[in-house]
Design a protein around this ligand. Structure first.
Ligand SMILES: [Zn+2]
Length: 474
């Protein structure tokens, strides 16, 4: 019954007092696997018929839909790289050959940030957007306890970045909360309006929400007095991946922190329940964690690169899409205290390019940030730099700032403390520099904290040997 209902696209059964947004959230594990396989087969048959892009790519690799007998057979499908989408869109602007012809009209466009090249465009029909993308998103908002009596403020400017915009749309159109945009407000105006309008929920990047609390403090306002009860973060790794960033947000605002993540090319992938656990939208996207060196699956729960297959989108679905993210791992087949049976996302380690390997150990932005944000004397600002020492070995320098009330006479103690905690966490010695407060760049939306000044080499060292995969402790 449930299987049939989900297969025919009926997904939402919510009512005002309903705990879960979708029955998929509590579907027994075996049933979910059956649903995933049925949806995968349907998706692949559809694209084999409708998409010359995939047909050509798959035929060249020797794959045909008849080879899909089990979920494990997904490995027979070749991996899709962002560069393929990009070059297809350059040759056939604006949407490239991956767009299934005849689909439309479009009501939303997703656009990647373009940090690794020309932005990639993702067109959405109403069905794709509200039926699939927002279906993944609204679960995160609902699980955070946001209801129609909340006043939600989106603390970001509208761009074709759908990660936050979809949560906005869900609050407004699916939940019926009062949603207040404020993209052009400066931080002081925003703080004033939070109090004046009785805003109960803030949405934004962790970097910006922390920045906003700092602006409040600098202006003699305690952010905890403003009445914000819940904070939803996205756009960069938040509390699901970096627990100490979550604790800082919680402390600064006195609010409960929820984090969610995904890719614009595929879906909302994971979101936090009230227990602080990251749950995945298993019925909408099939996620694999692969060894970066071999593309083979890692053992269950282990870290590796994230490859995602869109099981439901029909206009621009990505199949076995290499996201460029390294994750700490995915656990499946468990039941959370909240009652959900969905797989558990253990968090993101960072973008592949932001991770460096020193003496065989992977050092990630998430790992470093968690250490620094766990030290009360450190401000929120930091950066880390990869370079070479005199012997040509890779080395990492971490630069931190003390909080303004830390006496300069204690800075050297702080330097030693940071170095010791990093050493304990990574088992690698890193150089630590303590800089006067205000020296490091401040970020208002997404932070860029890693600089690589090593001379270019053929092997950038971003992949982790199997025996060192779990050394990052966060
Ligand atoms: Zn849960």
């Amino acid at each position: 019954m449930l299987f049939d209902m989900l297969m025919t696209g009926v997904r939402q059964t919510t009512g005002v007092d309903y705990k879960y947004w979708s029955p998929a959230e509590t579907m027994p594990y075996k049933e979910m696997k059956r649903l995933q396989l049925a949806r995968l087969r349907e998706q692949i048959n559809y694209l084999w018929e409708k998409s010359p892009f995939y047909r050509e790519k798959w035929e060249q690799s020797g794959f045909c839909p008849g080879q899909l007998r089990t979920l494990e057979d997904i490995r027979r499908i070749p991996i899709l790289h962002k560069e393929e989408i990009r070059s297809s869109q350059e040759k056939n602007p604006p949407y490239g050959m991956m767009r299934v012809s005849g689909r439309g009209p479009f009501i939303r466009i997703g656009m990647t940030s373009g940090t690794t090249g020309e932005p990639v465009l993702i067109p959405f029909t109403e069905e794709d957007y509200f039926g699939d993308f927002c279906e993944g998103a609204v679960r995160s908002v609902w699980a955070a306890g946001i209801r129609n009596d909340d006043v939600v403020h989106a603390a970001f400017g509208f761009t074709p970045f759908l990660g936050l915009a979809a949560a906005y749309d869900c609050c407004e159109h699916l939940i019926g909360a009062l949603v207040i945009p404020g993209g052009i407000w400066n931080s002081l105006m925003r703080l004033t309006m939070i109090k004046k309008l009785g805003i109960t929920v803030l949405m934004g990047t962790p970097t910006y929400i922390l920045h906003l609390a700092k602006v409040a403090e600098e202006n003699g306002v305690d952010a905890r007095s403003l009445g914000v009860k819940k904070i939803l973060t996205a756009g960069e790794p938040g509390s699901m991946s970096i627990p100490n960033t979550g604790l800082r947000l919680q402390e600064a605002w006195g609010a409960k922190i929820f984090d969610y993540c995904g890719t614009q090319e595929t879906h909302y992938l994971a979101w936090m329940c009230e227990e602080g656990v990251g749950h995945m939208n298993d019925d909408l996207a099939y996620c694999e964690v692969l060894d970066p060196d071999t593309d083979e699956p890692v053992p269950p729960g282990q870290s590796g690169k994230l490859v995602v297959t869109d099981l439901v989108g029909k206009t621009h679905p990505c199949i076995r899409y290499e996201t460029g993210d390294l994750v700490k791992g995915i656990d499946a087949g468990t039941v959370c205290s909240c009652g959900r049976t969905l797989s558990v996302m253990k968090g993101f380690m960072g973008r592949v390019g932001d991770i460096i390997k020193v003496r065989g150990v992977c050092v990630s932005v998430a790992g470093i940030e968690n250490v620094i944000r766990g030290i009360p004397e450190c401000s929120d600002s930091y950066e880390y730099i990869a370079s070479k020492n005199n012997n040509g070995m890779d080395k990492i320098t971490v630069r931190v700032e003390p909080k303004r009330d830390v006496d300069t006479g204690l800075w050297d103690d702080l330097r030693k403390k940071v170095a010791q905690k990093l050493q304990l966490s990574f088992m690698v010695n890193m150089d630590v520099e303590v800089l006067p407060p205000g020296t490091l760049p401040e970020f208002e939306l997404k932070a860029k904290r890693f600089r690589d000044i090593r001379p270019p080499v053929a092997d950038s060292g971003v992949s982790c040997p199997p025996d060192k995969k779990v050394t990052v402790k966060v």
